[in-house]
Design a protein around this ligand. Structure first.
Ligand code: GLA
Length: 426
């Protein structure tokens, strides 16, 4: 359809069997408490509410995650939680900034002070989420009050604060905590909190929100499959609802997805950030349009094919928005690709200025997503050999749920930012 013809040249085809064997070695060094055997899924407040978050908004999100809707794919009644999005996370904005010791939100005994007009009773909020079948997440070391800078000037007070932060998570009954890095540059605050968490009988899901900085212990990026003190780690800076920015964030997973054994693995997932699915085209209050739908779908597929944690970031309590992206987020075949593990998280296999192909071995099958990076419609042709496949394969189209036989090359005509997503078997 008038698009430029692009023919892919393959980068190295994958060797899934070898990756499976090596993964078993690597996985032993991740946090082996069983909490993140597959990429965590859920929702978190930051991408839609920023710091303007409160008990009512979190409860409304919990309700939305638990509410059943009809699947356009199967006709079954499913909630987002049924589909796997079963974690609801509070992000920044819960603190009583400046009300504590030395102008912080931590008291002199270390207690973190909650803004009670926003969150009157954390344990009750957690009970509410649990009552709806969800797991609940908290957030520490924040970027709005920036207590880290004050804490690190007073080691004994800081130790009390780190312990009290963890105690707050456990006292309220949270199931996970995102630990940001807003001033804890040497990682001592992170290390103290994680040590405390690991010493307790009940594990919680730990997100290392280090924006992709640093290497190795105590809180940098994992450099190999021998160390990982968290279940998921941010590979870069904050995502925005802007397609090129989303694509740029994605590239940051590469060092963790293309090594052998892979660094992104069960128990330790590379995370290019929360999803902006549902936020394109809405950011300025505009109506949803087809381009926004297409961008959301490509973004979702990319996060699926690299085994990223899938943390929704749109206002799930807004029924119009949820309805608009429901065909995307309820696509169980896409989610199945994300959650599958056959030794390899999925990585970039064809890199072209106009498009990229990302692929993930599924064990007996291969998932692949090709997307158009540019502003013009594009005809792409991806040799099956670039996916490590024989000359003929059956392609299950993840977006349309139809089957086709493909010979020699996988072809697609892609409008701007659109994608084709298929699971190939031979
Ligand atoms: C950092 C994190 C974001 C969000 C904000 C909150 O920028 O990377 O995900 O948590 O802090 O202030």
């Amino acid at each position: 359809m008038g698009g430029a013809e692009h023919r892919a040249s393959a980068t190295a085809p994958m060797k899934p069997q070898r990756a499976v064997a090596l993964l078993l070695l690597g996985a032993a060094a991740a946090l082996e408490d069983g909490l993140a055997r597959t990429p965590p899924m859920g929702w978190r407040s930051w991408n839609c509410y920023g710091g303007d978050v409160d008990d009512a908004r979190i409860r409304a999100a919990v309700d939305a995650l638990a509410a059943k809707r009809t699947s356009p794919w199967t006709g079954a009644r499913r909630s987002l939680a049924d589909l796997g999005f079963a974690r609801a996370g509070v992000d920044d904005g819960w603190q009583s900034c400046g009300e504590g010791y030395e102008g912080s939100f931590h008291a002199a005994d270390g207690t973190p002070l909650v803004n009670a007009s926003r969150f009157p009773d954390l344990a009750a909020l957690v009970r509410y989420g649990h009552g709806k079948g969800l797991l609940m997440g908290w957030y520490d070391d924040n970027c709005i009050c920036l207590d880290s800078y004050k804490l690190r000037a007073n080691a004994s007070w800081a130790a009390l604060a780190y312990a009290a932060d963890v105690e707050q998570v456990y006292a309220a009954g949270f199931d996970g905590v995102k630990i940001d890095n807003c001033g804890d540059d040497d990682g001592s605050g992170f290390a103290a909190r994680v040590r405390d968490i690991k010493g307790r009988p009940t594990p919680v899901l730990v997100e290392n929100s280090n924006q992709g900085s640093g290497l190795g212990p105590p809180r940098g990026l994992p450099t190999d499959a021998d160390w990982c003190d968290f279940h998921l780690f941010r590979t870069g800076g904050d995502i925005r609802p802007d397609f090129d920015g989303v694509v740029a964030r994605l590239q940051r997973v590469l060092p963790f997805t293309n090594s052998t054994p892979p660094i992104s693995r069960p128990g330790c997932w590379a995370y290019p950030d929360m999803l902006e699915v549902g936020n394109f085209g809405w950011a300025l209050g505009g109506p949803r349009n087809d381009a926004a739908f297409v961008e959301s779908r490509t973004h979702f597929g990319l996060w699926c094919v690299v085994s990223s944690p899938l943390i929704l970031g749109f206002d799930v309590a807004d029924d119009d928005k949820l309805e608009a992206v429901w065909p995307i987020v309820s696509n169980e075949e896409a989610i199945a690709v994300n959650q599958a593990w056959a030794g390899f998280p999925g990585t970039l296999v064809v890199d072209d200025a106009a498009y990229q192909v990302w692929a993930k071995p599924l064990g007996g099958a291969t998932a692949a997503l090709v997307f158009n990076r540019g502003a013009a419609t594009l005809d792409v042709s991806v040799p099956l050999a670039a996916l490590g496949l024989p000359e003929t394969a059956t392609a299950r189209d993840v977006w349309t749920h139809t089957n086709a036989t493909v010979s020699v090359a996988w072809t697609a005509t892609l409008p701007p930012h659109d994608s084709a997503f298929a699971v190939f078997s031979s």
